[in-house]
Design a protein around this ligand. Structure first.
Ligand SMILES: Nc1ncnc2c1ncn2[C@@H]1O[C@H](COP(=O)(O)OP(=O)(O)OP(=O)(O)O)[C@@H](O)[C@H]1O
Length: 206
């Protein structure tokens, strides 16, 4: 599904990782672990095509992503470290921005799935940090992308929110999707293949 070959990433004269290869198969969750600054977000950005590695390449279904950006991005849902929602828009308007063709019923159902019943028409700026995260995560209930790449998706969620999200990830994997995520929150045992790739603390470049 997704393959990374011999990736090297240097930031600020530090080698974050070198000759890193990994594959992501349908039906699995891959956790990228490592200490603060190890390069987890940098790796996710390379895997999604948002950043370019010093060397190596990333392939989707056997083809380099740089040669098929539109196809790849159609199959990708990327949620970055920040909630990625617009503060002046309501929860529902944020979902409509990303999914203009979906019905209000579908959008509200997604918000209900993340525990936001009654907050649909509230401007995001007035929501708590955890609720803002839930608005962003509601896209996971609307997306039909095969590959989800999620940077710290559990941040700011309460215990119930963490469980709801974990179940959503399991369901996506059970339907043949794949998830790559970073988290400092330990994942509970899941009912699908789960692999953890740990990045070492970075070294100064030679
Ligand atoms: N655009 C950039 N320019 C310079 N340095 C960068 C850039 N992006 C990241 N870095 C540096 O690369 C290192 C790794 O950053 P990254 O965000 O990938 O780490 P991380 O493992 O996701 O950390 P955390 O767990 O704190 O989120 C950091 O030292 C950071 O300062």
């Amino acid at each position: 599904m997704l393959e990374a070959h011999h990736l090297t990433c240097v930031r600020d004269e530090r080698v974050l990782f070198e000759a890193l290869s990994l594959t992501v198969q349908p039906g699995e969750i891959v956790q990228i672990a490592g200490v603060n600054g190890a390069g987890k977000t940098s790796l996710l950005r390379i895997l999604t095509g948002l950043a370019t590695p010093e060397s190596g390449n990333v392939c989707w279904q056997g083809e380099p992503i740089r040669r098929q950006r539109d196809v790849f991005h159609h199959q990708l849902l990327w949620l970055g470290h920040q909630p990625g929602v617009k503060a002046v828009l309501t929860a529902d308007e944020n979902l409509r921005f990303y999914h203009p063709r979906l019905s209000q019923d579908a959008r509200w159902a997604a918000l209900a799935a993340t525990g936001l019943v009654g907050y649909e028409d509230v401007p995001v700026a007035q929501l708590s940090a955890g609720q803002q995260r839930r608005v962003a995560l509601a896209r996971l209930w609307l997306s039909d992308a095969a590959l989800w790449v999620l940077d710290e998706p559990f941040t700011a969620l309460d215990v119930a929110g963490i469980e709801t999200l974990t179940r959503r990830l399991e369901r996506h994997a059970s339907r043949g999707g794949a998830v790559v995520l970073t988290t400092h929150h330990p994942l509970r045992p899941v009912n699908c293949p789960l692999r953890c790739i740990t990045l070492n603390a970075p070294e100064a470049a030679a």
